[in-house]
Design a protein around this ligand. Structure first.
Ligand code: GLN
Length: 244
């Protein structure tokens, strides 16, 4: 049984990020893998031994402030799961809370877990629009598509690599260069969409890591992704038209 744990989905799932959980579970089921989705509710403790993939969605500033203390209390369990090879995908607000702090536009500071050496300070304007990002993962370079909507400007620590290179959009701090972060199997990104339905290659990479953690084969049968890739083609066209 593959265990997928969305963290505080009742608060951190802005812009349909819950779709990431559904796609991961469905792509496993399409391959005959039994899946259990066990949301972590606010106030509950994560059992790292009962997680094969952990997902944290995005949220408004107030949602992030609401969950920060509870999430920080889960840092030891999250660190233990990550050390054991559990993949973690954190989107936007969740990505920001992987770092040391998030300072919103009023100057209010929300502490983060410090799981990844990064920090985020909100800028005066929100960064909103479609994105296309070149991502090298799993031995190939992919065009990751989706949209971004964040006030935060994230700075990565010197030893933290970006997830990808922005081709269309603003990215981590608005300079149109670095997008997201990746430390081994921990992936942070600003890209909503939700992300995984339009980026099946990323869903399958996370699924392969989760299967490997569970002692299942990490070699996944290919799925017919023609519809998903048609959506990617359209998303790239729309994003590039936005750029002109
Ligand atoms: N509240 C954070 C920001 O504005 C994150 C937003 C989000 O999760 N989309 O940057």
């Amino acid at each position: 049984m593959l265990r997928i744990v969305p963290v505080y989905p009742e608060l951190l799932s802005i812009y349909a990020d819950r779709g990431n959980v559904r796609v991961l579970a469905q792509r496993a089921r399409w391959r005959g893998i039994d899946v259990e989705v066990t949301p972590l509710a606010l106030g509950e403790d994560l059992d790292p031994a009962r997680a094969d993939a952990i997902l944290i969605g995005g949220g408004q500033d107030r949602d992030q402030a609401l969950v920060a203390d509870a999430l920080i209390a889960q840092t030891p369990a999250l660190r233990s799961a990550i050390a054991d090879g559990v993949p973690l995908l954190a989107v936007c607000g969740g990505f920001q809370l992987l770092g040391h702090r998030y300072v919103d536009q009023s100057g209010a500071e929300t502490p983060g877990t410090g799981l990844v050496d990064l920090e985020t300070v909100a800028g005066r304007h929100r960064l909103i629009g479609n994105v296309v990002v070149d991502v090298a993962l799993g031995g190939a370079t992919h065009q990751m598509v989706g949209f971004e909507n964040h006030a935060g400007r994230t700075t990565l620590g010197s030893d933290v690599k970006a997830l990808g290179r922005v081709r269309v959009g603003r990215g981590n701090n608005g300079d149109g260069f670095a997008e997201g972060c990746r430390v081994d199997r921990v992936i942070g990104t600003y890209v909503h969409g939700p992300l995984l339905p339009k980026n099946p290659w990323l869903a399958d990479q996370i699924l392969a890591w989760a299967c490997e953690h569970r002692g299942l084969s990490a070699v996944l049968d290919p799925l017919d992704d023609r519809l998903e890739m048609a959506a990617v083609t359209t998303a790239i066209e729309v994003a590039r038209a936005q750029q002109r």
